[in-house]
Ligand binder design. Structure first.
Ligand SMILES: *Cc1c(COP(=O)(O)O)cnc(C)c1O
Length: 323
């Protein structure tokens, strides 16, 4: 993974959340402050918003796309910036180079959760980030078998912030899971490239459908941050998000009408997986907070797999007709 990412050092963990937690907790102590983009995977947001403050580490969540908001949130005790780009599930994209430059200016480090881009399409370290974390449970395994996580950074960063924390607190990956992940790395570029190709076909088809709106795909020209994507990503993502016009009820009818695409909150898998974030990955948030994260009651997140794109479109078409 270090070779793939262009990092000096890498450590593997039991899960993606173990990687996120270690990368953050290894750097801070009581009194420190963390600034994070608000559009985060539910568990990442829990760690920043609720877990760290229990130990006296305060945090501020900002609109990650607004550089002035990052700037305004900085305090003399700000030690770490944290973001996901593209974010889960609304595929919001943040200018990593700009946030990294600001982090450097104020003496903070930048940790990027790169799950949605994969190392194939985005290399945050080359954009100025200090640390990259992955849930290897997603594209890296890619076949729904094992949990795993990764922390990538310079040798000095790993030695200073990560190594002792991991050794003494024990979120280690099991040797068997590490072996499975290593086998999976042999096919990661092939899988991700084909899944992204399928995702582009599916996104384009979804974009024209009555009953659906707000189709979000990082490879689409109308993505709100298309200009940043062109600068910092070498490919889109394997994920597509869209909204069912009839809210939760229509979204459920749509999901239940699918035969090929499976309902699951995993992603990056060889099988296409679909989820309703408001009642699963982001269910613990109030409707107001969900709305601030762009997660409406009708929002659907589709992780596109390796099936034939024609079969995926046929499945989506049948399900949509049922709504
Ligand atoms: C799934 C996910 C995680 C957590 O990974 P686990 O391996 O499930 O612990 C973290 N960040 C993002 C963006 C994810 O999608």
């Amino acid at each position: 993974m270090a070779a793939f990412e262009g990092a000096e050092a890498c450590r593997a963990t039991a899960t993606g959340m173990a990687a996120v937690t270690a990368a953050l907790m290894g750097q801070v102590r009581a009194g420190d402050h963390v600034v994070a983009a608000q559009a985060l995977f539910g568990s990442c947001r829990y760690v920043v918003e609720e877990h760290l403050p229990r130990y006296g580490v305060t945090s501020t969540l900002v609109d990650g796309t607004d550089l002035a908001a990052w700037h305004a949130a900085v305090t003399p005790r700000t030690k770490v910036f944290f973001l996901e780009s593209p974010s889960n599930p609304t595929l919001e994209v943040i200018d990593i180079a700009a946030v990294a430059a600001l982090a450097r200016e104020v003496g903070a480090t930048l940790v990027v959760d790169n799950v949605f881009a994969t190392p194939l399409f985005q290399r945050p370290l080359q954009l100025g980030a200090d640390c990259v974390v992955y849930s290897a449970t997603k594209h890296i395994d890619g076949q729904g078998r094992c949990l795993g996580g990764l922390i990538l950074a310079s040798q000095a960063f790993i030695e200073t912030h990560v190594q002792t924390f991991l050794r003494q607190t024990g979120p280690a990956i099991s040797p068997f899971n590490a072996w499975v992940m290593l086998k999976a790395l042999e096919t990661l570029p092939l899988r991700v490239r084909q899944q992204a190709h399928n995702a582009a076909i599916v996104a384009e088809w979804l974009a024209g459908r009555p009953g659906l709106s707000r189709v979000i795909f990082p490879g689409a020209k109308n993505h709100p941050q298309a200009e940043i994507i062109a600068r910092q990503m070498t490919g889109p993502s394997t994920l597509v998000a869209f909204e069912a016009d009839g809210g939760k009820e229509a979204a459920f009818r749509f999901l239940n009408g699918l035969k090929l695409i499976r309902i699951s909150n995993n992603l990056g898998d060889a099988k296409s997986l679909i989820v309703h974030p408001a009642t699963t990955t982001h269910q613990r948030f109030s409707p107001e907070i969900r709305a601030s994260m762009g997660i409406s009651e009708g929002l659907i997140r589709l992780s596109v797999g390796l099936e034939h794109a024609d079969d995926l479109v046929a499945d989506l078409e049948r399900a949509l007709a049922g709504v």
